[in-house]
Design a protein around this ligand. Structure first.
Ligand code: ADP
Ligand code: MG
Ligand code: MG
Length: 933
C-alpha cells in the first residue's frame, strides 16, 4: 500500500476536495492553479488532524514532521529564502481551515519563523526596522496566545501601556524603539507565564503551531459552533492546516491589507465592495483596530493595484461561478490574494446576484436556484421600519445587515442569553464582538456595535444569520463596568428600549413600529423558475379571507388546509357557537346552527372569490368541542364574582338611608347625586345581577363538566363529532356548497374540496359522504347548480395509513396531517414532549431533530410511503398532499418530493420557501436517500 500523503502543495492539491484540504486550502490550491497570485504554500490534510486527535498522544507522529519539513524545503526553493535564516528569512503563516467555513472559529498565526536573531536580519534586509519589529510583536502575541495559551488580554494590556507611555493613539504611531520594547516585554511575559523562553527554533515553532491548530478543532468555540449550526462529521471532519509564505501589508505606505467581495453582499450590486487598511497586517481590518477605508479610495491611492483587483474579481467569479469573499494583501505595490470563499450574503443579495449572473451568462437557471438556501428567504419577511414614522435617529452607524429590530439593551452576550430565555427581546450592544459572543447573537433581535466596519465580526455573523446589525456607531460610548452607554447627552442603560435599522444604519430610542416588506421583483422571477422545475405544487394553509389573500400573493396554487374552527372563534360568533353547544335539544342546536350558517358561508364565498377557481381544501370541524367553552375554573370564578357584586350592591343600596339618619345635612346636600347613584345601581342590577344570568353560567358549568374528557385530543373530536352531531357537519357542508353555488353564479370558478379529519375507517367516511350527498342534492335543487367538488380525508391516524387502500375507495384526495400523525406515531403529546423531554433528547442525540418541526422520515415517513403506495393501488390518480407544519420545512419537503406527493401546504409566508425547496428537492433527488443511516 502506498504511504498516505498528508501534505499537498498549493500547486498539486485538488481544489475540489474540500473535505480533505479544507475550504481555505482547497481554494488556495485552486487559485494557485488558475494563475492567481497566491504566495507559495502547502496544506496539511484534515486526515492528519483526525488521526492526530484520535491518537490522543498529543504528539505529531514522525511521518508528519518529515512531510512538513519537505513542504518547507519546497517553499525555500520557490522563494529562495531560508527558514530561520537571518540573512534572508522565510516567514510563514499557519492557518486553520475546515471543509465548512467557520468564521473566526480557529486562529491564525502570522510571521512564524521570527526570533531575536531573524528579526534583526529582516530589519537589515528590508531596511525597515520598524516593519521587522512590528511583525515580530504580532508573531509573539499570536503564537503566545494560540500555541502557548497565554491570555490575549495580558498582551493587549502591555501594548496599551506602551502606547500610553509613548503617547500613541494608534498602533501605527509607535516607532521602532517602542516596538522593540513591546517585543521585549512580550518575551518576558511568555517566560513568566510558561516558565520557558520563547521557542526560537522555527521548526519547533511550526511544530507547536500545527498542533495548536489541530487541537483548536476540539476547542469549545469550535465545538459549540458546530453544534449550533448542525455541522456533522459527515460535513466537516477535522481542520486542515495551511502553511503559507508571508507577504507583508505592513511594509509602509505602499503596502496594505484588505478584505473584499466581488459584489456587494448587502445589496447584491455588481460592483467591487470591501475595505482596506494601509500599512497593516492580517486581522487588523476585521478586528476594528483602526477604521478601514472603503475600497473605492484605493482607486485613487493605488490606481494600478485597483485595476488588478478588478481583474481579480472577474477571474474569481468566472472560475467559481459564485460571489466571492476574498482577502488580499498589497506588499510594496504588488497584489496577493490570500483566501477566497463563497460569500455569505443576505437573501435579497443572493436573489439579485442569482438573476444577474444568469443574465450575464455566468450560470444557468438551475444553478441560480440551487445557490440559494430556501430557509434564507425567511429574511425577506423581515420587518422594516414603518416609513411613516417620524422619529429622528439618536445616532447613526454603518448599515451592516438589513432589517429592523427593537429590543432592550444588553451589554454582553451572557446577559442577552439570560434575558432571551425569560422571553425578552434584546439588542446586543457592544464595542465590537468576538467569536465567543456567538450565543449572544442567537439570543438577540439585532446587534449594535460602536466599532468596526462592514466586514467586522459582528457584521459578518449577523449577515449570515439574517439578523439586523448596525456597526461602527462611533458616537456610542459604552461603559461595560457600569452597564451604561451614552450618545452625547443621552444616557442608555441596560433594559432601555432601542430600535436599530440595519438597512440604513440608524439607531433610535424606543420602539418604532415595523411593517411587512414588499415582495421583490427579482424573487418573483426566481420563484417562477423554481415552479417550472419543481414537481411538487405548493398550497397554503389559510383559514380566513385575509390569509387567502396572502397565500395568493406568495404564489400558492390553492389552499391545502382551511380550518373552519378558526372562524368559529371570532368574537361575534363564539356566543352562537356556545349556544349551539349548550343546546339541550336537537331543535335548539339547529337553531343556533342556522345563525352560524351565514357566517361560514360568507367566509367561504370570500375565500372562493379570492382563490378564483384554485382548489380550496376545507376541513370540517376538528377540535374537541369544549375548546369553544370557557374552562371550569373560569366559569367558577365568574360566578363567584357575580355573587360578590351582588353583596356589594346591596351594601351600597342601604347607604342613603343610613346617611339620612346620621347626618341629614350632608344627606340633603348630596341627595341628587345619591339618587342618580341609585339609578345606576338599578341598571347595574338589571344588567349583571339578573337571576337568569347566574343560572346561565351554572348551566354552562354543568355542560363543561359533562363535556370534559380525560384525554380530549384522543377523545370526542373530528369525524367522531361529525357522526354524533350530524347537524354540525351538515351545516358546514351546506355553507360550502351554497357559497360555491353563489360564487359560480357570479361567473367565477370554484374548486372546493371537503376534507374529513381524524378518520380511521372507511365506514366513517361513508357516513359523512351520506351527508354530503344529501346536502349536495338539496343545494342543486335550490340553486339549480351542480356544484363540482372533491371529497377526501386527512391522514393523521395510524390506522388510516394502514387502511389507505380501502379509504381510497371513497376518498378522492388525501392530505397528511403530520402534526397529529407524528404524535400518534411516537405516542408523544406534542406539548408535553416539547416542554419536558424533547430538548434533552435532542441534546443527547437520542433524537436528531424535533420531529414536530422536521419530519421524522424514518418512522412517520415510512408510514407515509406505505399510505401513498396503497392508496394509489386503489386509485392511481389519487391526489396526495401534506398540510402539517412540515409542509413548509425544506428538509421535509425533500422527502415529500421523494415519496411522490402532489403538493405541500404551509403557512402563507413560508410559501416562497416551499416553492424554492420543491425545486431544490427535484434538482437533487438523484443523490437523495432518506433512509441512509
Ligand atoms: P481566518 O480564517 O480567520 O480568516 P486566515 O488564515 O485567513 O484566518 O488569516 C487571518 C488573517 O491573516 C487574514 O487577514 C489573512 O489574510 C492574513 N494572512 C494569512 N496568511 C497570510 C500570509 N501568508 N501573508 C499575509 N497575510 C496573511
Ligand atoms: Mg481568524
Ligand atoms: Mg481568512
Amino acid at each position: 500500500m502506498a504511504l498516505k500523503k498528508y501534505v499537498y502543495t498549493f500547486e498539486e492539491g485538488d481544489g475540489k476536495n474540500k473535505r480533505l484540504l479544507g475550504g481555505k486550502g482547497a481554494n488556495l490550491c485552486e487559485m494557485t492553479q488558475i494563475g492567481i497570485p497566491v504566495p507559495p504554500g502547502f496544506v496539511i490534510t484534515t486526515e492528519a488532524c483526525v488521526e492526530f486527535l484520535e491518537r490522543k498522544k498529543k504528539e505529531l507522529w514522525p511521518n508528519h514532521m518529515e512531510e512538513i519539513r519537505e513542504g518547507i524545503k519546497y517553499l525555500e526553493k520557490k522563494t529562495g529564502k531560508g527558514f530561520g535564516n537571518p540573512k534572508d528569512p522565510l516567514l510563514v503563516s499557519v492557518r486553520s481551515g475546515a471543509a465548512i467555513s467557520m468564521p473566526g472559529m480557529m486562529d491564525t498565526i502570522l510571521n512564524l519563523g521570527l526570533n531575536n536573531e531573524v528579526v534583526k536580519g529582516l530589519a537589515g534586509l528590508t531596511k525597515n526596522e520598524r516593519f521587522a519589529y512590528d511583525s515580530y510583536r504580532r508573531f509573539i502575541q499570536l503564537f503566545g496566545n494560540i500555541a502557548l495559551q497565554v491570555e490575549e488580554e495580558k498582551f493587549t494590556s502591555i501594548f496599551d501601556e506602551i502606547k500610553e507611555k509613548y503617547g500613541a493613539k494608534l498602533d501605527t504611531d509607535l516607532d521602532t524603539k517602542a516596538l522593540k520594547e513591546v517585543c521585549k516585554r512580550f518575551n518576558e511575559l511568555i517566560k513568566k507565564e510558561t516558565g520557558k523562553d520563547f521557542p526560537s527554533d522555527p521548526y519547533e515553532q511550526l511544530y507547536l503551531a500545527v498542533k495548536a491548530v489541530f487541537n483548536s478543532w476540539m476547542g469549545k468555540r469550535a465545538v459549540d459552533y458546530r453544534r449550533e449550526f448542525k455541522i456533522t462529521p459527515d460535513m466537516a471532519n477535522g481542520t486542515a492546516v495551511n502553511i503559507c509564505t508571508m507577504v507583508f501589508g505592513n511594509m509602509g505606505e505602499d503596502s496594505a491589507t484588505g478584505v473584499a467581495f466581488t459584489r456587494n453582499p448587502a445589496t447584491g450590486e455588481n460592483r467591487l465592495f470591501g475595505e482596506y487598511l494601509v500599512n497593516a497586517q492580517g486581522e487588523d481590518v476585521v478586528a476594528g483596530i483602526r477604521t478601514p477605508k472603503p475600497i473605492k479610495e484605493l482607486r485613487k491611492e493605488m490606481p494600478s493595484v485597483y485595476r488588478e483587483l478588478e481583474k481579480l474579481r472577474h477571474t474569481l467569479e468566472g472560475h467559481f461561478k459564485e460571489v466571492q469573499d476574498f482577502e488580499f494583501t498589497i506588499e510594496r505595490g504588488k497584489l496577493y490574494c490570500l483566501q477566497t470563499r463563497n460569500a455569505k450574503m443576505n437573501a435579497a443579495a443572493f436573489i439579485k446576484t442569482s438573476i444577474d449572473m444568469v443574465n450575464e451568462g455566468l450560470i444557468v437557471e438551475e444553478e441560480a436556484i440551487l445557490r440559494i438556501q430556501p430557509d434564507m428567504l425567511v429574511q425577506l419577511l423581515h420587518p422594516q421600519l414603518d416609513p411613516k414614522h417620524l422619529k429622528e435617529p439618536l445616532a447613526k452607524g454603518l448599515p451592516a445587515s438589513p432589517g429592523a429590530a427593537s429590543g432592550k439593551i444588553v451589554f454582553d452576550a451572557d446577559r442577552a442569553e439570560v434575558k432571551a430565555k425569560l422571553g425578552e427581546k434584546v439588542i446586543l450592544v457592544r464595542e465590537e464582538t468576538k467569536p465567543e459572543d456567538i450565543h449572544g447573537f442567537f439570543a438577540s433581535q439585532g446587534v449594535l456595535t460602536s466599532r468596526g466596519g462592514k466586514t467586522s465580526h459582528a457584521a459578518v455573523v449577523a449577515r449570515s444569520m439574517g439578523k439586523p446589525c448596525v456597526c461602527g456607531c462611533e458616537d456610542l460610548k459604552i461603559d461595560y463596568e457600569k452597564k451604561e452607554a451614552s450618545v452625547g447627552e443621552v444616557a442608555l442603560r441596560e433594559g432601555d428600549l432601542i430600535t436599530i435599522d440595519g438597512s440604513t444604519g440608524n439607531v433610535y430610542l424606543g420602539v418604532i413600529p415595523t411593517i411587512e416588506p414588499e415582495f421583490m421583483e427579482d424573487l418573483l422571477v426566481l420563484l417562477e423558475w423554481a415552479d417550472e422545475i419543481a414537481r411538487l405544487k405548493v398550497r397554503a394553509n389559510a383559514d380566513t379571507p385575509d390569509a387567502a389573500m396572502k397565500a395568493k400573493k406568495y404564489g400558492a396554487v390553492g389552499i391545502g388546509l382551511c380550518r373552519t374552527e378558526r372562524m368559529f372563534n371570532q368574537q361575534d360568533r363564539l356566543p352562537i357557537v356556545q349556544e349551539m353547544i349548550l343546546a339541550d335539544t336537537e331543535e335548539e342546536r339547529k337553531k343556533a346552527l342556522e345563525k352560524l350558517l351565514p357566517f361560514q358561508k360568507n367566509d367561504f364565498r370570500e375565500i372562493f372569490r379570492i382563490m378564483e377557481g384554485l382548489p380550496v381544501s376545507i376541513r370540517l370541524l376538528d377540535p374537541p368541542i369544549h375548546e369553544f367553552l370557557p374552562s371550569e375554573d373560569e366559569i367558577l370564578h365568574e360566578i363567584n364574582q357575580l355573587k360578590k357584586l351582588k353583596e356589594r350592591v346591596e351594601a351600597i343600596e342601604g347607604l342613603p338611608e343610613t346617611l339620612k339618619l346620621l347626618d341629614p345635612e350632608l344627606y340633603n346636600r348630596y341627595s341628587a347625586n345619591l339618587e342618580s347613584m341609585g339609578h345606576a345601581l338599578e341598571e347595574l342590577k338589571d344588567k349583571h345581577l339578573a337571576e337568569s344570568l347566574v343560572r346561565e353560567k351554572e348551566a354552562m358549568l354543568e355542560k363543561v363538566r359533562a363535556l370534559s374528557e380525560i384525554n380530549p385530543m384522543l377523545g370526542h373530536r373530528g369525524v367522531r363529532l361529525g357522526i354524533t352531531y350530524p347537524e354540525i357537519y351538515k351545516m358546514q357542508i351546506r355553507a360550502i356548497f351554497e357559497a360555491a353555488a353563489e360564487t359560480l353564479k357570479e361567473g367565477k370558478d370554484v374548486a372546493p374540496e371537503i376534507m374529513v379529519p381524524q378518520v380511521c375507517t372507511l365506514q366513517e367516511l361513508k357516513w359523512v359522504y351520506g351527508y354530503v350527498e344529501e346536502v349536495h342534492r338539496d343545494v342543486k335543487k335550490r340553486y339549480g347548480i351542480n356544484v363540482p367538488f372533491k371529497f377526501g380525508t386527512m391522514i393523521e391516524v395510524v390506522r388510516a395509513c394502514m387502511r389507505a387502500g380501502r379509504l381510497a375507495e371513497l376518498a378522492e384526495f388525501m392530505s397528511f396531517g403530520t402534526n397529529d400523525l407524528t404524535q400518534a406515531t411516537f405516542s408523544f403529546s406534542r406539548e408535553d414532549a416539547e416542554n419536558k423531554f424533547l430538548p434533552l433528547y435532542n441534546e443527547k442525540g437520542i433524537l436528531q431533530h424535533n420531529p414536530f418541526e422536521v419530519l421524522d422520515v424514518k418512522g412517520v415517513g415510512r408510514l407515509m410511503m406505505i399510505t401513498v403506495e396503497w392508496a394509489r393501488k386503489t386509485r392511481p390518480d389519487m391526489k396526495i398532499g401534506i398540510c402539517g407544519e412540515h409542509g413548509g420545512d425544506p428538509y421535509s419537503i425533500r422527502f415529500c418530493n421523494y415519496v411522490g406527493l402532489d403538493y405541500v401546504s404551509c403557512s402563507p409566508p413560508r410559501v416562497p420557501i416551499a416553492r424554492l425547496a420543491a425545486a431544490h428537492a427535484r434538482l437533487t433527488e438523484k443523490e437523495y436517500d432518506p433512509f441512509k443511516v
